[in-house]
Ligand binder design. Structure first.
Ligand SMILES: Cc1cc2nc3c(=O)[nH]c(=O)nc-3n(C[C@H](O)[C@H](O)[C@H](O)COP(=O)(O)OP(=O)(O)OC[C@H]3O[C@@H](n4cnc5c(N)ncnc54)[C@H](O)[C@@H]3O)c2cc1C
Ligand SMILES: *[C@@H]1O[C@H](CO)[C@@H](O)[C@H](O)[C@H]1NC(C)=O
Ligand SMILES: *[C@@H]1O[C@H](CO)[C@@H](O)[C@H](O)[C@H]1NC(C)=O
Ligand SMILES: *[C@@H]1O[C@H](CO)[C@@H](O)[C@H](O)[C@H]1NC(C)=O
Ligand SMILES: *[C@@H]1O[C@H](CO)[C@@H](O)[C@H](O)[C@H]1NC(C)=O
Length: 549
């Protein structure tokens, strides 16, 4: 019954979206560009006819899958050097009906920061020039601009503190702060300190009215929403103030690969119990590939202290002194990210360019009950198929799991044993069809063994297979968005939609998986006269969605 009703709803929605006004026409594109040039220096604006348009666009495309001739490209790229340029772009966009997409590090797995799936006229606000990091060592805080990479943040923090401070965000240095922080952001410190958004204490946002708002001015709900609900739905986050965390000057790290012939299935099965229950100072993730499970660790202490913990808690791994290496926390980031077993100089944290050799597709899951041993054996069978992919499993427990689900939009907390990241990659230039099919088939196979109702997914591991927005009238549909929204945000989806309704009720900041606005009916001064939309309202009142319009 519920399913039937849902199908009917989708049908209605699709009829309605047929009538949706297109956001802009070529006439308004000219006016838009004219408007931009009145407030932004021309050297910061790149139109499709500028000689450097292609290289500026490509500079932060991380996944060449979205750098093909068929990819929908922006009308122009604006590279602000101060806040007023971002504000002007939004104001011109509102005035002339051109949407913006915002790019920080360009690591979005579906490329949504710089491409549109459907043909659409949009401008790209690229924050590559807004990337300063200001560390306040005495207060153990920092202001970091969205266009910085996490590597630049880590470098500045480690230099300013003499290796005594760190920040709990993602592992690989080229990830952009803007998209990463606004989607949650976890790395090897997650068991000790939780995730990036647990440590954000202020932010600066340009909203859909072009206003520049700090934490106080944006209001409690919007400040809550941008800490894990995705920045793209709420505006342009220019800067973040974060609390830094203490680390010992030397930490220990190990990488222990175990082959299937040497018992990887058993060790991995055991890890599911051990990994999430270890002392918070110890984090061990596993990279699972064809024939191998590689155990990678960060320990906030010395090798001398780590060895007895490993012998006591996880002897099955056979980790010994020769696997253990001591280094600064900043060095450990590169050591584990690169995974070559060789030390890497910390200045490599500042590398911004990445290789463009491979395209990829990812998906994610959360596991709340250990997966049986025989299923792991079958999973290794999947990983041995042609077009083999990889799985990375990150243990939770500790600080990440101690935070109640509603404190930030990131809801994957208490009771989660671990996160699964699935990836398959292929040489750029190939179409990747078998690889994408592999990941979809494996995802289907995994359904019985992972979280259910909803099947949770990590927003920063963006996956358009989970669903896409449908525009009803002028705004993305709350009901349609629930399908993917509750996977990413569980019970926080509705609160995110209400926050969106407060700051951007007309849904100016929109993409294929942005949060739809939910506006209480009592606040709609001017209900839409269009009969198609009136039908929609009555359909949803029957479903008791008192807020939906
Ligand atoms: C190699 C690699 C390693 C990764 N490792 C980790 C990891 O260890 N831990 C983890 O949690 N995740 C990881 N991720 C996922 C990563 O967190 C997300 O892809 C994240 O969104 C990237 O941020 P970005 O700024 O680089 O992306 P972008 O592509 O620039 O942006 C991603 C999304 O955020 C929006 N956005 C970007 N900047 C802003 C802004 N300033 N204001 C408002 N909206 C904005 C964009 O419009 C887009 O929708 C990894 C991804 C890759 C490719
Ligand atoms: C931002 O840049 C513009 C030039 O485009 C300049 O006029 C303005 O003073 C700058 N604003 C700030 C706050 O630096
Ligand atoms: C440590 O373990 C490895 C196998 O992983 C083994 O080859 C090596 O001899 C061991 N070293 C010591 C000191 O026990
Ligand atoms: C950083 O860049 C240098 C020079 O291009 C390269 O040799 C090195 O491998 C890069 N390091 C990382 C960690 O990507
Ligand atoms: C829909 O969008 C158009 C153009 O932006 C605007 O004029 C109109 O007021 C919007 N309608 C609603 C209900 O927001």
């Amino acid at each position: 019954m519920a399913v039937l009703r849902f199908r009917a709803l989708v049908l209605t929605v699709c009829l309605v979206c047929f009538y949706a006004p297109t956001p802009s026409s070529s006439a308004s594109s000219g006016d838009f560009l004219h408007c931009l040039s009145a407030s932004i220096p021309s050297k910061l604006i790149f139109t499709q006819s500028s000689p450097s348009f292609t290289s500026v666009l490509a500079a932060y495309i991380r996944n060449p899958r979205f750098s093909t001739p068929g990819t929908v490209r922006p009308l122009c790229i604006v590279r602000p050097t101060n806040a007023s340029h971002a504000q002007a772009t939004v104001l011109c966009g509102r005035r002339h009906g051109v949407r913006v997409r915002v790019r920080s590090g360009g690591h979005d797995y579906e490329g949504l920061s710089y491409r549109s799936v459907q043909p659409e006229t949009f401008a790209l606000v690229d924050l590559a020039n807004l990337r300063s990091v200001r560390v306040d060592r005495a207060r153990a805080t920092a202001w970091v601009d969205s266009g910085a990479t996490v590597g630049e943040l880590y470098y500045a923090v480690t230099k300013a503190s003499g290796d005594r401070l760190a920040f709990p965000a993602g592992l690989c240095p080229t990830i952009g702060v803007g998209g990463h922080f606004s989607g949650g952001a976890f790395g090897l410190l997650l068991r000790k300190y939780g995730i990036a958004v647990d440590h954000v204490i202020d932010a600066v946002l340009v909203d859909a009215q072009g206003r520049l708002l700090d934490k106080k001015a944006m209001g409690r709900e919007v400040f809550w929403a941008i800490r894990g609900g995705g920045g793209e739905s709420f505006g342009i986050v220019l800067s973040w103030r974060v609390r830094l965390v203490p680390v010992p000057p030397k930490v220990a790290s190990f990488i222990v690969p175990v082959s299937v012939n040497d018992g990887a299935v058993d060790v991995l099965t055991k890890w599911q119990e051990v990994g999430p229950a270890l002392p918070d100072d110890l984090f061990i993730r596993v990279i699972v590939t064809n024939g191998w499970a590689s155990f990678e660790s960060l320990y906030l202490g010395t090798c001398d202290a780590l060895l007895p913990v490993m012998r006591g808690r996880f002897p099955e791994l056979g980790m010994n002194r020769s696997h253990c290496r001591e280094m600064s926390w900043a060095e450990s980031v590169l050591y584990v990210c690169v995974g070559s077993g060789q030390p890497i100089p910390v200045t490599d944290l500042l590398n911004r360019t990445t290789s463009m050799d491979t395209s990829y597709k990812v998906a994610s899951d959360y596991v709340r009950r250990a997966i049986p041993r025989d299923v792991w054996a079958e999973i290794f069978g999947w990983l041995a198929k042609p077009d083999p992919g990889i799985m990375i499993v990150d243990p939770y427990g500790g600080a990440i799991s101690a935070v109640p689900e509603a404190v930030t939009p990131f809801p994957h907390r208490g009771g989660v044993l671990y996160n699964i990241y699935y990836m398959n990659s292929w040489a750029a230039g190939n179409d990747g069809e078998p690889n994408v099919r592999w990941i979809r088939d494996l995802y289907a196979f995994m359904a019985p063994y992972v979280s259910k109702n909803p099947r949770e997914a990590y927003f920063n591991y963006r996956d358009l297979d989970l669903g896409r927005n449908v525009v009803v009238g002028n705004v993305s549909s709350y009901v349609v968005g629930k399908v993917w929204g509750e996977k990413y945000f569980k019970g926080n989806y509705k609160r995110l939609a209400l926050a969106k309704g407060k700051i951007d009720p007309n849904d100016y900041f929109r993409n294929e998986q942005s949060i739809p606005p939910l506006v209480p009916v009592s606040l709609i001064s001017n209900p839409v006269p269009d009969s198609a939309i009136r039908r929609k309202v009555s359909c949803c009142e029957r479903e008791n969605l008192e807020f939906y319009w």
